[in-house]
Write a protein of this length. Structure first.
Length: 143
């Protein structure tokens, strides 16, 4: 039995969000979605789009090397950043993962509309996995 509702998106870390947007939208034909913005507290910007019917996200630091995205790009360069998967209840999901020896990182429930955590990449074969609790607001930005 899976605790996941669905794979929401795959995220790509980039240095230059505008240049990446031109590639994925203007050249490859991606369709922009409303879910875009800046997370000042974590130091990154994001832009979502559909390509071939699938949702993708570009993430970029607000300043070179800033925040988790910036540190990731310094260490690993541009490319795959994370998978984002929705769950019905984040607290239950965290307990489930921890009961199976999977460490969670950066659990954040400060905003009741956007609760999330990450699964430690050392426990997920090198893939950073974001797990979030879905809300009406989250769904509204999905299309």
């Amino acid at each position: 039995m899976s605790i996941f509702k669905r794979l929401d998106h795959v995220s790509i870390g980039v240095h230059d969000l505008d240049a990446a947007r031109r590639l994925f939208v203007d050249i490859l034909g991606g369709q922009p979605l409303r879910d875009t913005g800046v997370n000042e507290s974590e130091g990154f910007r994001w832009f979502t789009f559909k390509l071939g019917g699938k949702k993708l996200e570009l993430v970029s630091p607000t300043a070179p090397g800033a925040g988790g995205v910036g540190r990731y790009l310094v260490k690993r360069g541009e490319g795959f950043h994370h998978l984002s998967i929705s769950v019905e209840n984040l607290d239950e999901a965290i307990r489930y993962f921890e009961s199976h020896g999977i460490r969670t990182l950066a659990a954040n429930a400060d905003d009741p509309q956007w609760k999330h955590c990450y699964l430690h990449p050392q426990d997920t074969h090198g893939a950073l996995v974001q797990v979030f609790e879905e809300t009406d607001r989250t769904l509204a930005g999905a299309d």
